[in-house]
Design a protein around this ligand. Structure first.
Ligand SMILES: Cc1cc2nc3c(=O)[nH]c(=O)nc-3n(C[C@H](O)[C@H](O)[C@H](O)COP(=O)(O)OP(=O)(O)OC[C@H]3O[C@@H](n4cnc5c(N)ncnc54)[C@H](O)[C@@H]3O)c2cc1C
Length: 649
């Protein structure tokens, strides 16, 4: 029986009619009533910016918040490789059904069928919208938009703007947002960090935010709140995410009653520049698009590995017959374009077996020699020029001469706030979009599908579905920020800040965060097991205690204080880390990016347990120091045949 607290609100009827059916049943708010309604959008990445611009254009009063000094500096700007859409421009037999199928399969059958179908359905409209905004997508000679391939698919459906797709898409959304800001329908609050969610009579009615420049704690009310605050990959300290990416807003919502879904589903990206020291605070992604033409290999012979590590030979000196193109060998049908989780585990397997090619033994090669020979310097430069430049600047090695060295790193989080088909959380009036929700990617996200999902949510789904909730609210007065619930939330935030300053210990926030990162990577990373996960929960608890005894937060609240910002976020990372470990412990199966060592095939592939784990794990907060309660949303696949993922043939 369905959990009464997890009603997904997926419309009845055939899959391909569900979204049309839902749209036609959504109540519409008339233009004169939209003017009376206020919406808070937290986050200005592709999810938040597209939603706020659309809602503003529709006539709602929108307030938008972000941590950075300008909305256009959100983490989305880092996205490199591209955005998927089922346009079939290459005439390679792509379709909505194929994109739907690839995404469900790529997610290892742990996502909600109806949501994924809708995502595939609206994908084409996103490209049209962005082209109309002037996004400079790459084009073919004849003027058509160009496409390339990403992992886990056999067609070319990824639209791109060199290696700067996120930046160009965000500039498009930001231009639309600015139009609304100028028109007065959107008011922008940069450098404002949400520190709590305010609930009145069980509904989301506003937020408490800290002005990051002055330290002032401010109250903001609305008829509904939308969280577009991104993912929680930085729990691991080192990740490819922007330094400001965090999971705090989601945690604040969780503590106020929003369920957190599938927290253990974190994506480890196979092509990142390897860790090169203990003083690093960031890892750099080398876009997945590089796997279109780059070939991944390690030497076949251990002697060559040793010589490479001692810099006695160069990789280009190793003859072809002594190279192991292990992805092409193990997965002939997809080769270097297997999904990220598969490619990451395969790299780990080779490095664990002693074939890692750098001093730490944690790197494999990504080689362009063949591509340069086949396509010529100019074509490769056109496709990947800025990525090559970035690699050379960071490592001082030219990928034109020697292969890149890469290793997997934390990159994206598929888990997030549980949302229904309308993208509403378990708190009425609170919505979550983009990477902040759990909705579409199951156990593993396919490359170029995050931008698609963020923009689908923001431009084409939320602006419609939120109307259904707001159509009952236009006669309600503006939210009174003097209400006791705001008073209480503001007091709690001020106390939290005061408590942090009061510790006056000796350890920096970063040094403790780094320790959390080590625990997470060691026990909740690429391979997990029962003993390690139990240990992680204990170790995180101890580290949390150490933090509250010994952290030092310098300065005061009444100033621009990034140490304070980081400390506030780290408090939430402890809770997220613990929840991730708890969820991973519960999920006694391997699926997607979640690899339980106890559950693997003889060939070392993931072994799902569909009978017992074909559900979304949604966790309910039960109070500080108490174990959260697990709720299950059963997943039903009525339109897709469930199979074991196979990228071999
Ligand atoms: C290096 C890199 C490359 C990538 N390349 C691709 C790609 O090519 N294709 C693809 O599909 N995906 C890619 N991804 C993934 C994709 O970029 C992200 O999943 C996506 O951009 C997330 O968008 P978002 O709008 O959900 O959140 P974000 O872009 O992360 O934005 C979050 C926003 O929330 C704000 N915020 C957060 N917390 C608070 C708070 N408490 N108060 C106020 N504001 C807050 C932030 O300031 C920011 O404005 C890449 C990711 C990385 C790290």
């Amino acid at each position: 029986m369905a959990d009464p607290k997890l009603i997904s609100n997926v419309p009845e009827g055939p899959l391909k009619d569900k979204w049309s059916k839902r749209k036609s049943s959504i109540r519409v708010v008339s233009p004169n009533n939209k003017r009376k309604l206020e919406i808070i959008v937290v986050g200005t990445g592709l999810g938040g910016a597209s939603a706020a611009a659309s809602l503003g254009e529709m006539g709602y009063n929108v307030k938008i918040f972000c941590i950075s000094d300008s909305p256009r500096r959100a983490h989305s700007i880092a996205a490199q490789g591209g955005i998927n859409a089922a346009k079939n421009y290459q005439n390679d037999n792509d379709s909505v059904s194929r994109l739907f199928f690839d995404t469900v399969k790529g997610g290892d059958y742990r996502s909600r069928e109806a949501n994924v179908y809708r995502l595939a359905e609206v994908s084409a409209a996103i490209i049209d919208q962005c082209v109309a905004q002037g996004v400079p997508f790459a084009r073919e000679y004849g003027g058509y938009l160009a496409n390339r391939s990403f992992g886990g698919v056999q067609v070319s459906r990824t639209f791109y703007a060199r290696g700067q797709t996120g930046q160009q898409l965000l500039l498009g959304a930001y231009a639309s947002l600015n139009k609304e800001i100028a028109a007065g329908t959107v008011k922008s609050y940069p450098r404002h960090e949400m520190l709590d969610l305010v609930i009145i009579n069980g509904e989301a009615k506003g937020i408490i935010a800290r002005n990051l420049v002055t330290g002032e704690i401010e109250r903001f009310g609305a008829h509904a709140v939308v969280l577009a605050t991104g993912g929680y990959g930085n729990t691991y300290f080192l990740s490819t995410n922007a330094m400001n990416s965090n999971g705090s807003a989601a945690m604040q919502a969780y503590r106020k009653g929003a369920f957190f879904a599938n927290p253990c589903f974190a994506q480890i990206h196979p092509t990142c520049i390897p860790v090169h020291g203990d003083q690093q605070c960031k890892l750099t992604l080398m876009s997945e698009s590089l796997r279109n033409d780059g070939r991944i290999w390690v030497p076949k012979k251990k002697e060559d590995v040793m010589k490479l590590r001692k810099h006695e030979i160069k990789p280009s000196q190793i003859p072809e017959e002594d190279r192991d193109y292990y992805l092409e060998r193990r997965y002939p049908a997809f080769g270097n374009l297997v999904p990220r989780d598969v490619a990451s585990r395969a790299a780990k397997e080779r490095c664990d077996a002693g074939f890692g090619v750098n001093e730490t033994g944690l790197a494999v090669f990504l080689d362009f020699a063949d591509a340069i020979k086949r396509l010529g310097h100019q074509r490769v430069e056109e496709r990947y020029g800025n990525l090559f430049q970035m690699y050379e600047k960071i490592t001082s090695t030219s990928p034109w001469e020697e292969p890149m060295m890469i290793y997997p790193a934390i990159h994206y989080t598929m888990g997030g706030l549980w949302v229904d088909y309308d993208l509403q959380t378990t708190i009425p009036g609170l919505y979550a979009i983009g990477e902040a929700n759990f909705s579409d990617h199951g156990g593993n996200r396919l490359g170029a599908s995050a931008l698609m999902q963020g923009l689908a949510d923001g431009y084409f789904i939320l602006p419609y579905t939120i109307g259904n909730y707001l159509s009952h609210k236009f006669s309600e007065p503006k939210t009174d920020t003097n209400a006791p619930e705001f008073e209480e939330a503001e007091k709690a935030v001020k106390e939290r800040i005061a408590k942090l300053f009061a510790v006056k210990g000796t350890e920096t926030v970063d040094s403790i965060h780094k320790k959390l990162g080590h625990i997470m990577w060691e026990y909740v990373g690429m391979a997990r097991n029962e003993a390690g996960l139990k240990k992680a929960i204990v170790e995180i608890g101890k580290l949390r205690e150490e933090f509250w005894k010994n952290v030092r937060v310098p300065g005061t609240n009444e100033e621009f204080n990034q140490e304070l910002e980081k400390a506030l976020r780290l408090v939430d990372f402890f809770d997220i880390g613990e929840l991730m470990a708890r969820d991973a412990l519960n999920r006694r199966e391997s699926c997607g990016g979640h690899f339980r060592e106890e559950m693997q095939t003889e060939e070392g592939e993931t072994k799902r347990d569909d009978e017992n784990f074909m559900y979304v794990a949604a966790w309910e907060y039960k109070g500080e120091g108490k174990e959260p309660e697990l709720h299950k949303e059963e997943l039903k696949y009525e339109n897709i045949k469930i199979v074991t993922r196979n990228y071999k043939d």
